[in-house]
Design a protein around this ligand. Structure first.
Ligand code: AMP
Ligand code: MG
Length: 476
């Protein structure tokens, strides 16, 4: 076993492995010709007691996947099915990733260290089990940006370039390879339950419900039987509804809201063909292969709600549907709260009655869609509401704010403006000429010098900018 400094903050707790052989398969990590560190999340490493790892220890654990002390003895490829673009697929599962450690953070959350690109598994089908370097870079960028915007997201923990040449249809090939480690709050997907329903194993659904309750929602352990199942489902509904609201406030299009990409804690994860919107456009679609716009920006709440109904369908093998339907009704309220938290966080406004706040948000989104105002620019211009009036008047889109159509929105922000805006606005982020954004042109623009001459400076500069913005908004 590799020797490492043991920090008091490192709290291993490999609960998933104790579930037994029905839920995952032990797998061996791929061996890579090269390990070049491209991203180390020191901030989160410290929060989970792994910040003191030396460079060689980091490489041993997050590129060669030597077990962490007192943690899982072998990586596990998790078993799951899922609806992909509404078609049920029983042939998926962790095909290029695995879970290899679990640990608790300072808030006592049970977190996973899981991979993407770590080699083939029984679920790889015809895939190579690998992640492109561009794919790894894109996941780091998406998750860092979402965290900074206050969205509940997995954290990119580590990214190594691995020295292989991959062939892909959607990137100029051969293309470079990487292995990503993600720190996430659960990788138990809706599809983990769907698989057990497909196999007609209510006994195993019950086991997984108990596990999820103990690991993630211990406040419901006092309930028993069907009530516990319903409570767990209600939590999943609430958490995922809030997440959908959070994405909308962030202007984020996940791209692939299949039931294997949504989990029971409502944490956003697994970033593939994501995009951020530049203007409010409900039809904006991220994935080129999403031909009908099923997962378009404005259809995300509907997509998550549909996926939750599938989770409910699986749980109906162990709980009367009527109890589950009652819980599913929590979606609308959860979504509204998530949306309001997200927008009010980005604008630092003071909440009032939910109905009135929702009416304001409806006007605001209508105005943003109608005018095609710059999305991030709007939020940047109006941070702290009326306290930013002078800044907004100097914005490149100040003309839009002078228009009569904006008057009710301005008024609604004024009534929700807090008292200490000036102090918040002194942060260096708000002295910048422009907001930090993560639009597709910028992503392609920072990838190009990496691809052409291994120049990582724009990538690193972007992550520094995102960190400044995160600091301005404070801890979420
Ligand atoms: P994703 O689109 O990343 O959520 O993946 C959907 C399914 O395809 C999952 O079962 C993945 O494990 C599998 N998959 C995607 N890419 C690969 C690959 N390169 N090799 C093996 N399996 C893959
Ligand atoms: Mg996935």
């Amino acid at each position: 076993m590799h020797c490492m400094p043991v920090s008091a903050r490192y709290r291993p707790d490999p609960l998933f492995a104790k579930l037994g052989p029905e839920f995952a398969d032990p797998v061996a990590p791929a061996r890579f010709p090269q390990h070049v560190l491209r991203w180390r999340n020191q901030r989160w490493a410290e929060r989970v007691g792994l910040g003191e790892l030396s460079a060689s220890e980091w490489e041993a654990h997050f590129a060669r996947f030597e077990p962490l002390p007192d943690n899982m003895s072998a990586p596990l490829a998790m078993r799951y099915h899922g609806h992909q673009f509404r078609t049920y697929n029983p042939d998926i599962g962790d095909g290029r990733g695995f879970l290899f450690a679990q640990l608790r953070d300072g808030d006592d959350r049970l977190l996973d260290l899981a991979t993407k690109g770590s080699g083939q598994t029984p679920y790889s089908r015809f895939g190579d089990g690998r992640l492109t370097l561009k794919g790894g870079v894109r996941e780091v960028l998406a998750a860092e940006m979402l965290e900074a915007l206050g969205v509940y997201t997995s954290k990119p923990f580590s990214l190594f370039e691995t020295g292989e040449a991959l062939t892909r249809g959607d990137e100029p090939s051969p293309t470079r390879s990487s292995v990503l480690v993600r720190l996430g709050h659960s990788h138990i997907r809706f599809g983990s339950f769907q698989r057990l329903a497909f196999l007609e194993r209510p006994d195993l659904i019950q086991v997984l419900v108990e596990h999820c309750c103990a690991a993630y929602y211990p406040q419901h352990l006092n309930l028993s039987g069907e009530a516990r199942v319903a409570a767990l489902f209600g939590e999943a509904v609430e958490a995922n509804a809030r997440l959908a609201g959070g994405w909308m406030a962030a202007g984020f299009v996940h791209g692939v809201l299949n039931t294997d990409n949504l989990n029971i804690c409502g944490e956003s994860f697994d970033y593939g063909p994501w995009r951020f919107v530049s203007v409010s456009d409900p039809t904006f679609t991220a994935a080129y292969f999403d031909e009908t716009g099923l997962y378009a920006f404005g259809r995300q709440p509907e997509a998550v709600s549909w996926a939750l109904a599938q989770l409910g369908g699986a749980l109906s093998l162990v709980c009367p549907p009527a109890l589950l339907e009652t819980q599913l009704k929590r979606f609308a309220h959860g979504y509204q709260v998530g949306l309001r938290d997200g927008v009010f966080g980005r604008l630092n406004l003071v909440e009032g009655a939910l109905d009135a706040d929702m009416a304001f948000l409806s006007d605001l989104f209508g105005w943003l869609t109608e005018t095609r105002a710059g999305w991030d620019q709007f939020f940047f211009d109006w941070y702290c509401g009326a306290a930013s009036a002078e800044r907004a008047a100097a914005s490149p889109q100040a003309q839009l704010y002078a228009d009569a159509a904006f008057t009710p929105i301005r008024a609604a922000m004024e009534t929700r403006t807090g008292s200490n805006g000036a102090a918040f606005l002194r942060h260096p982020y708000f002295q910048r000429a422009a907001p930090v954004t993560m639009l597709i042109d910028e992503v392609e623009g920072l990838w190009a010098p990496i691809a052409e001459r291994d120049d990582w400076s724009l990538f690193e500069a972007k992550l520094r900018d995102v960190a400044l913005m995160r600091d301005a908004f404070g801890p979420s």
